[in-house]
Design a protein around this ligand. Structure first.
Ligand code: ATP
Length: 213
């Protein structure tokens, strides 16, 4: 079995240090080959903040330009419609048949994972690596408890022993930053300094993104 690869899907509208720090931390802790960040397609009339997808992609590229461990894939963002995570995972599974795949998500995503389209197929083809996020508690969630009873591992070595099927909770201290908090700050004319890399902040200013109408 080869070195595991991380996949990190999200809207990244915009990317922030919460995303970047947790991706890099997981990459190092789990000794992943790299983490590929995969911005998703958002139907233009549904987007919160209503900015063209190319801006989200450009900001991700700026944020990760000096970090070899973080890569970007435009596979979903360039698709003309919403892509199912199961299809994206299948694409990477075909490209990396011998590498375990680790799909990174926050606890907010795990709590509704069993409502995702073809979630069993996703879990068959990759491991889930779940980051804590403030405000998300799974103790009273029966679906998640059942899922963890069957799939959870606390051993990093297990993630290299199979191509997928395990759930690993990454217990790092999470950064309480969200994209919605940033969009709100910008539209309220508050600074977003230290929430995202300076190059992303400069890009947002230059292109006048997320301003109130
Ligand atoms: P929004 O506030 O617009 O909902 P977001 O900040 O949650 O956005 P997304 O792009 O929707 O960002 O999230 C992509 C993935 O990153 C999700 O799995 C989410 O749980 C995770 N994530 C987002 N922020 C953090 C953070 N601060 N720490 C760890 N994981 C995060």
């Amino acid at each position: 079995m080869k070195t595991p690869i991380g996949l990190f899907g999200g809207t990244f509208n915009p990317v922030h240090h919460g995303h970047l720090r947790s991706a890099l931390d997981i990459c190092q802790t789990l000794s992943l080959r790299h983490v590929t960040m995969i911005p998703n397609f958002v139907s233009p009339h549904k987007q919160d903040g209503k900015i063209p997808a190319e801006h989200r992609l450009a900001m991700l590229k700026l944020a990760t330009q000096d970090c070899q461990q973080l890569e970007i894939s435009d596979i979903e963002i360039n698709s003309p419609r919403i892509s199912y995570t199961a299809d994206t995972i299948n694409h990477f599974r075909d490209n990396y048949p011998e590498h375990p795949l680790c799909f990174l998500m926050g606890m907010d995503s795990l709590v509704n994972f069993t409502t995702w389209h073809r979630w069993q197929e996703i879990l068959k083809h990759c491991h889930l690596i779940v980051s804590q996020r403030p405000g998300y508690n799974i103790e009273n969630n029966d679906d998640v408890r059942k899922l963890l009873e069957q799939h959870e591992t606390k051993s990093i070595e297990d993630l290299s022993d199979s191509l997928g099927g395990r759930i690993y909770i990454h217990h790092a201290f999470p950064l309480a930053i969200s994209s919605s908090q940033m969009r709100q700050a910008i539209s309220d004319n508050h600074p977003i300094t230290f929430l995202t890399p300076p190059a992303v902040e400069a890009y947002i200013t230059k292109h006048q993104l997320y301003l109130a109408n």
